[in-house]
Design a protein around this ligand. Structure first.
Ligand code: ATP
Ligand code: MG
Length: 570
């Protein structure tokens, strides 16, 4: 491609409305332009990168035995009503009516459409397993689109769906996708980590997110410094502490204390001269409308996702005043476990506590010296809090570490959630009707490209890894008006193109400095500079964008070097 003919608007200034590096660089390097909130166009240079990534995804999906198809963006409401998500999905689902007043939506994902497709065609176990994928545009009306194409409203996604006869088959399909994802992100040269993710009511470790490590990432992860364990912070397990033997002689007599105007943990501690580690917080939640009390140590926070998964409920929220009054007989702020009229769950952090302080279920009162088992019964001690730095690995008890990351992919075992609701069945060997077991697997195309930039840039611009670079080499004759230089550049350009190299020829009538700056900004991995002094000796200069390494070669050597360097890094 000739630079002079390209639609490639670059900019020197940092755009004011872009707050992460990848967004700034994608705008400055002429990769994307915003149309409206969370909706972007990819310009030619950016679209080349997208196509390259899509190609890697395609190759690895095909290698893993998945088949590409293409489904519509517009989806009828009926399918979403069947799955139950028409009401559950919320405002991210963009809904509208057509001229016949039929309700529709723009697909944010395709479980409904694919399940419908498969249930209509698959009748027998002989047609299974099957894994179908597409690379297609999704629309999600995100509440806060940000970071450019990283969290936008209209975006490209690779979504795959596996259909198996049983759990065992589904696990195999899951593992194949897991491996394919590892290969995809490795091929892109990304530093990433698959982490256990929340899989909602399905439970187990049947959901993994692929996080590209970046400080700007929205996700927090925890990983073990010794073993393979890694999890999203919201899912990371706290290991069950050992139960210490109890000696009832240590139990002090229960005591009710008048605590006027004392509500928060800090106020309780100041008033009773204790530390938050001596206090038990009692939080009343409404789980699908039913009250449940969660007990946790005063210095800890409840992880609502863990509570939700343990209870297997759809909706969990802090209880309103009337529910609190109903179960505690007192206003908000004085809840405690003794005499409470609902189920009680206690966090692991409370397992070996004794003589604790908690609310008295009575206005302006707390109780001291409360003891588990003696003064009230807990239905279970459960892992309900977020992991902290001084926790250990739940698998091998070694030290853990925290990091931030960008979720670029997600593999998920769905089980029979959709196939049951939408009646996707098949006949087994014995002619018995069975429900298909499903999995779904997504990769954000634009988000991965943005994440790649977050890991590959310097103060001059992007430093693309070869496999995603829009062009592999840029030829920079320092003065296009100098005929010896431009002729040599044209010849090299032809030769490299003939040898299958993706070349950008900077044939603009610009100063060398401008050309170098643009080449650095758009991040082409190799720059071949043709200048008068060296060319007089029949030589040119090759510079690696990322390392800054420079080599001087004869023309023929340079040509071979470029071909080999590109091959070596693909
Ligand atoms: P997030 O938690 O970031 O909202 P999600 O759990 O909603 O992601 P999935 O439904 O699993 O995401 O979608 C699959 C992939 O699509 C994600 O791993 C991510 O790479 C990409 N993706 C999701 N939402 C967006 C978005 N708003 N903009 C760009 N890419 C997205
Ligand atoms: Mg989301």
């Amino acid at each position: 491609m000739r630079y002079s003919e390209m639609f490639l608007p670059t900019a020197r200034e940092v755009p004011s409305d872009a707050d992460v590096v990848s967004h700034q660089l994608m705008l400055r390097a002429g990769l994307i332009r915003k149309l409206t909130s969370g909706v972007y166009s990819y310009l030619p240079l950016g679209y080349r990168v997208i196509r390259k990534f899509e190609q890697i995804v395609r190759e690895e999906m095909n290698r893993a035995g998945a088949q590409e198809l293409f489904m519509p963006t517009v989806q009828p409401a009926e399918l979403w009503q069947e799955s139950g998500r028409w009401t559950h999905y919320g405002k991210e689902l963009l809904r509208f009516r057509d001229r016949h007043d039929r309700e529709c939506c723009l697909g944010p994902t395709h479980e409904e459409v694919i399940t419908d497709l498969v249930r209509n065609e698959v009748k027998s176990y002989r047609q299974l397993p099957v894994n179908l994928y597409q690379i297609q545009t999704k629309f999600r009306d995100e509440i806060r689109p940000r970071f450019g194409v990283m969290r936008c409203r209209e975006f490209g996604m690779k979504d795959a769906y596996s259909f198996d006869v049983d759990e065992e088959g589904a696990e195999l399909s899951y593992r194949k996708m897991f491996e394919a994802y590892n290969r995809i992100f490795t091929r892109c040269g990304l530093k990433f980590r698959p982490v256990e993710a929340d899989s909602g009511s399905i439970g187990g470790s049947f959901s993994h997110e692929f996080l590209v490590t970046a400080d700007s990432g929205e996700d927090a992860m925890v990983y073990c410094t010794k073993c393979e364990y890694a999890a999203n912070l919201e899912k990371a397990e706290v290991s069950r502490p050992e139960q210490q033997p109890v000696d009832e002689k240590d139990f002090l007599p229960l005591e009710e204390v008048y605590t006027p105007d004392v509500r928060t943990i800090e106020e309780v501690c100041a008033f009773l001269k204790v530390t938050p580690q001596d206090v038990v917080k009692t939080l009343i939640f409404s789980a699908d409308g039913k009250a449940v009390a969660i007990l946790i140590r005063g210095d800890e926070e409840v992880n609502e996702i863990k509570v939700k998964n343990y209870l297997g409920c759809d909706e969990l929220e802090l209880a309103m005043d009337d529910m609190i009054r109903e179960v505690t007989n007192s206003p908000r702020g004085f809840a405690g476990a003794i005499g409470i009229k609902c189920r009680i769950l206690a966090d692991f952090s409370l397992m070996n506590m004794k003589n604790v302080v908690m609310g008295a279920n009575k206005e302006d009162h707390h109780v001291k010296n409360v003891n588990f088992g003696l003064d009230f019964k807990v239905s279970d001690f459960v892992d309900l809090r977020a992991v902290k730095a001084d926790d250990v690995c739940p698998r091998c008890l070694s030290a853990i570490q925290f990091a931030r990351g960008i979720e670029v992919g997600h593999v998920f075992k769905l089980g029979t959630k959709y196939s049951k609701a939408m009646e996707a069945r098949y006949l087994d060997r014995n002619g018995q009707e069975q429900i298909i077991v499903m999995g779904c697997y997504g990769i954000g195309i634009g988000r991965t490209v943005a994440a790649c930039i977050e890991q590959n840039y310097d103060d001059k611009g992007i430093t693309w890894p070869m496999p995603l670079a829009p062009y592999q080499v840029i030829l920079t004759p320092v003065n296009w008006k100098d005929e010896a230089l431009s002729r040599t550049a044209e010849e090299l350009y032809r030769k490299l193109l003939d040898r299958g190299v993706e070349v950008l020829l900077d044939d603009r009538d610009e100063r060398a400095g401008v050309k170098f700056m643009d080449a650095d900004l758009i991040g082409i991995p190799l720059r071949l500079t043709i200048g008068p002094k060296r060319l007089a000796e029949g030589k040119v200069e090759i510079k690696f964008r990322r390392s800054g390494e420079v080599h001087i070669f004869t023309l023929k050597e340079a040509e071979d070097f470029v071909v080999n360097a590109v091959k070596a890094e693909m």
